[in-house]
Each structure stands twice: as structure tokens, then as C-alpha cells.
Write a protein that binds this ligand. Structure first.
Ligand SMILES: [Zn+2]
Length: 277
């Protein structure tokens, strides 16, 4: 098992030092705008002394070229423009990943909506299959991983929206052949519906043990409380982690505001996880 830490180039060096094996780079729309330039120079600097592997988490938003508004990257969008822009964002992300020899790139499925899923989601799933197959056709030596979503989705502005696809294990079955594996986000999996259940997480491990290469770790409470410190919610970490294939697993703590105070929250989370496994 490999242990990493979530990192943005503005974070202090103390955060980098907490990673045992890898850094998960968090990308924001400003990074898209400046064409990843600060990242490239920062990583060059870090790599003089440190030999970390790299994973990259896709940006959640991009600045819409027509409206100037921050818009969710949505690879399942049925709106042609949003779909095309989103695909472009991910393609440049993969080019960036290639240029820094990243090992893994984490992709969200999209399909986030102001209203809950009503009826047929075939169209969105088809768009997602199409975008993923285009992405997987790109020349990239690492793994493209698809992450599971929670039922309630918090936007950055504090409004609560909904996932309409990929919030239950079943949706992943037709999708995983278009990527290299999946990220199991513990908080998201537990909150697959508003009542919250470890049963959902167990189901992911039963169905996709071989495909789950990567885990995001934080605790949760129903109906929508994600990113809690380990032990402050209801997730059975020990039971679920022991069902996964630890030889291939990459783990990052994803505790809300864990990077503050030089990564205090991340450190506590890693310590608690190490005591559980
Ligand atoms: Zn994510």
C-alpha cells in the first residue's frame, strides 16, 4: 500500500514532507488558465530533492469561455458545448500528466445536477462512455481512474446539488472497460444515499475489488456530512479496507481542511488509519 497527500503548489513544504510515497495534485481553474506553468516549475524544484510518484485529481470547475462563470467539468453532459469544453479540459490535463510523468489521473464522472435523477440516465451514461473512450485512446502511460460520487453533491458556493450517475456501484460496471480502474472515495460511497450505509462501501469492494486501485479516506455522517476526521463519523474503515487488495492500493486522507496548520488534519488521519490496518 502506498500513502500520499493532497497537494497544491501553494501549500507549504511541510505538506509535501508528510507524503510517504506520492503526491495527489489538486488542480483548479486558475491552473487551467495559466497552463499549469506554476506546477511545472514547482515540481521541477521539488524533484531535485524528492522522489515522489504523482497522481493528479482533475479540476472540478473550468471558467466557461462564453459566460466567464465557473462551470462544473462534466464528461457526461448532454449539452454539446459543456461536453466539448469538459473534454478539452481533461485532454489538456492528460497532456500535463504526460509531461510530468504522472502515474495516475483521477476523473469525476460528471452528471451533477440541481435536481435529483429522474427517470432514464442512459443519455448521460452514453456521453460518459464516449468521453472516457476518447480519453483512454490518448497516449498516456499511467492509469486513468474513475471516482464514485455521493448522492448529495456540495458545490463550492455552498449549494447542495445531486449526483445523477455513478453514486451507486452498479453504474460502474459498463464504464470500467473505458478506463484503467476506479477510485473508491469512502465518504462518497458511504453517502450513496441520504441515510448513509457501510453496506454500499462493502458492495463496491465485493464488485470491484480488482479495479479499486486508489482510495480517498475521510469519515461521514448522514445525510450529507463528508470529509470528517477518521473516527468522527460512522464508516467502518477497518472492515472495508481489509476487503480491498492492499498490494495495489494508493491511499490519501481527504479530511476537510486537513491541509490547514501545516497539514495537521491529514497527519491525524494518517496516524489513525495506520492504527486500523
Ligand atoms: Zn474527487
Amino acid at each position: 500500500m502506498k500513502f500520499g497527500i493532497v497537494y497544491h503548489w501553494r501549500d507549504p513544504f511541510e505538506i509535501v514532507q508528510m507524503a510517504d510515497d506520492f503526491l495527489e495534485l489538486r488542480i483548479f481553474e486558475e491552473d487551467l488558465k495559466n497552463k499549469y506553468r506554476p506546477w511545472k516549475s514547482k515540481l521541477k524544484e521539488l524533484r531535485k530533492d524528492w522522489d515522489y510518484e504523482i497522481s493528479i485529481h482533475m479540476p472540478e470547475y473550468f471558467e466557461h469561455p462564453n459566460t466567464g462563470l465557473n462551470t462544473l467539468v462534466d464528461l457526461a453532459s448532454t449539452e454539446r458545448k459543456i461536453y466539448n469544453f469538459s473534454l478539452e479540459v481533461i485532454k489538456t490535463l492528460i497532456e500535463f500528466g504526460k509531461s510530468i510523468e504522472a502515474s495516475k489521473i483521477i476523473i469525476h464522472p460528471g452528471g451533477i445536477s440541481e435536481q435529483p435523477a429522474l427517470g432514464d440516465t442512459t443519455k448521460k451514461m452514453d456521453r460518459l462512455k464516449k468521453s472516457l473512450s476518447e480519453i483512454s485512446g490518448m497516449e498516456f502511460a499511467g492509469d486513468i481512474l474513475l471516482e464514485n460520487m455521493p448522492w448529495f453533491y456540495w458545490r463550492r458556493d455552498g449549494t447542495r446539488w445531486f449526483s445523477t450517475i455513478c453514486y451507486t456501484p452498479q453504474d460502474f460496471r459498463p464504464l470500467l472497460k473505458y478506463c484503467d480502474g476506479m477510485v473508491l472515495d469512502f465518504s462518497h460511497g458511504y453517502l450513496s444515499d441520504s441515510s448513509g450505509s457501510n453496506r454500499y462501501l462493502e458492495e463496491y469492494t465485493e464488485l470491484y475489488k480488482d479495479q479499486i486501485q486508489y482510495v480517498h479516506i475521510a469519515d461521514s455522517l448522514p445525510p450529507d456530512n463528508e470529509g470528517l476526521q477518521i473516527g468522527e463519523g460512522n464508516i467502518n474503515f477497518e472492515g472495508i479496507l481489509n476487503k480491498l487488495d492492499k498490494t495495489q492500493l494508493w491511499l490519501v486522507p481527504e479530511v476537510w481542511k486537513g491541509h490547514e496548520n501545516f497539514g495537521e488534519g491529514f497527519e491525524i488521519a494518517l496516524d489513525r488509519i495506520n492504527h486500523l490496518i
